[in-house]
Write a protein that binds this ligand. Structure first.
Ligand SMILES: Cc1cc2nc3c(=O)[nH]c(=O)nc-3n(C[C@H](O)[C@H](O)[C@H](O)COP(=O)(O)O)c2cc1C
Length: 223
């Protein structure tokens, strides 16, 4: 597999097989991914990986927490999207949601069905492994962008090892529950989670192929 294969082959997978992921493969990918660049080489990523019995306990705890408070652990620590997302970003986001729920046959008006499907996020979509990426609260936008470099490098290396993933900002809604479970120090803030496992190819949701704006829309050559 070359880099292009890994880039084009990576997709957000939202249904996984009940098949464990060899820890050694993930450990290797996590270690290699730390070759990702970061401004000043500060390497701001802090990663927690959960699987096996602790993951089962965590999911049970999350289900209980969501039953008590479906809105999650308010107040949120960061806005997943700007408060009034402008065009064209808003349109891309809208289309993404319509494509995803359209594939599942869930109409826009059926908020209940949409929400109940969304709650699969909080089971890591059935993946046998979940990862959380945290960052020191001292860090700002440049270091948060470094987290993205780490996470994409990791997802590409996982692809190389035949492993699928889905990054998940939804966990920010449960930042307190997650941090308590991880026993992470107060100085660390949760950025996102990531489901890690093997794609269930029979699942309809995994047929989703997302769009991208053409090059001319986001890039200008000068000179
Ligand atoms: C930081 C980040 C957070 C995301 N959070 C979620 C999430 O909470 N739930 C989800 O289903 N997808 C999530 N996604 C997946 C995006 O929806 C997906 O990357 C986008 O639609 C493009 O599709 P692709 O990953 O299949 O190429 C997230 C992606 C990123 C990069």
């Amino acid at each position: 597999m070359n880099v292009t294969d890994a880039v084009l082959g990576r997709r957000s997978v939202r249904a996984f097989l009940d098949k464990p992921v060899p820890r050694a493969l993930v450990e290797e990918a996590l270690a290699k991914a730390s070759r990702a660049p970061s401004g000043g080489n500060v390497q701001p990523w802090k990663i927690y990986v959960v699987s096996g019995e602790p993951l089962a306990q965590f999911k049970a705890q999350v289900a209980k927490q969501l039953a008590k408070n479906p809105m999650g652990d308010a107040p949120a620590e960061y806005d997943v999207y700007p408060k009034s997302l402008k065009a064209p970003y808003r349109d891309y986001r809208y289309k993404n949601g319509e494509d995803l729920y359209g594939l599942l046959g869930i109409a826009r008006e059926n908020k209940f069905a949409r929400l109940s499907w969304f709650s699969n996020n909080f089971k890591f979509f059935g993946a046998p492994m979940g990862l959380f990426c945290l960052v020191d609260r001292q860090m700002g936008p440049p270091q948060w962008s470094d987290l993205g470099m780490y996470l994409q490098t990791l997802m590409l290396l996982l692809r190389e090892a035949g492993i699928d993933s889905c990054p998940q900002e939804c966990w920010s809604l449960l930042h307190r529950t997650v941090r308590t479970f991880l026993e992470a120090p107060e100085e660390l803030m949760l950025f996102c989670g990531m489901a890690i496992g093997y794609e269930d190819r029979a699942a309809v949701i995994n047929r989703l192929r997302t769009d991208r704006a053409p090059l001319e829309e986001f890039c200008r050559f000068i000179g």
